[in-house]
Design a protein. Sequence first.
Lengths: 382, 49
Amino acid sequence: MRVGGASAQRLDTVLLKVASRCNLDCSYCYVYHMGDEAWRHQPKRMSDAVLQQVASRLAAQLALQSTPFSVVLHGGEPLLLGAERLDRFCAALRAALPHPCGIHVQTNGALLTDPIIDVLVCHDVGVSVSIDGPQAVHDRFRLDHRGKGSFDRVRAGIARLTARADARPLLAGVLAVIDPTSDPAEVYAALKETGAPSLDVLPRDGNWDRLPFGKSAPETVEYGRWLEGLLDAYLADPEPPNVRLLDDLLRLLLGGRSIKEGVGTTDYGILVIEPDGTVEKNDTLKVAGAGADRFERRWSVSEHGFDEILSSPEFLDYYRQQRPLSSMCAVCPDLGVCGGGMVAHRWSSDRGFDNPTIFCADQRHVIARMRGLADAIQSRAA
Amino acid sequence: MQVEKVAVGAGDEVALGSAALERLIAEVRTGEVRSSAGAYNRTYNRHNR
């Protein structure tokens, strides 16, 4: 996407890291347990002064590009801000970014108290909660700093949100990290039971040097089989919520479009703002090694406008990086659907990002199943 | 590289008539992606995390 005839790109999604710490200590977390220690050097929470600069820079960018974008309060755990500071932050952001700009929070849900929910309602902040499925699946990895499972607290937080008529519409979705040894039908049922209108799933992080949990070799399809099981549960459900990943893949196979990064071949302008105001690349790139999510030049909201950042050669290199480099991807008939997967999952130390995603076999496995269904639908309609 | 697809079998009749697929087909036909929450109709969050 381009703004006017200039080389600047548009913002689609801004991750606002309002807290660099987390009240949980999930063993698979890409922020704390993938070798990047940058969080240690960040303030624990974003200050009001930095937030005001952020809001001002985002308002200027909105005026410039006209196309609305989304801001996601992220962390760490963003609700560690507490209700009062969260209220100030959301008020400033909403003043800078009126509807239809989206303000969201991606939370582990354990701190969804009524005072926090009041703030979210007041500023119309959409909520996505990370929960991995039924208690046994969730509590295997999503632990607190004392090693205790967080399921009961997370589920109670979601229940507080959905019990309130004013807050229930804010629950946009729940997000699960896949344990490929779990039963996908059980996970689907547990996520649906939260009452969220949309479910999404993520594979465990990894790359060609460091295989994801549960994947025994690049060519094996543990995640592909798990996703196929999730698809079966989804398609058998007479009253299904949306399933973001599966919907994106299916829509592309049916001739439509996708809406999230890492699927299809649409590129998105995603930036991260750290608690000290530093602007960085997509934080998921941490999976490729410490510092892989940083620009060489230090961009900061205190000194730079987004138009300057978005039109810089370094940003354009980062933006183009979404397109896969691999010659295997270039000739793959599934490229238009999988898009080469997440950039972070393409990494190897000897070839950089010049690889298919480490989940290539898994994605092709589930796409093959979906393609059969899509072809059958289209031949019946003909 | 070849297109791979799994042939649809007798057990896939349920899948082909599923509510989820009907919804997606309607979305593709109209070119719209429906909002996932009633009062939450706004720009999508693209981030995959």
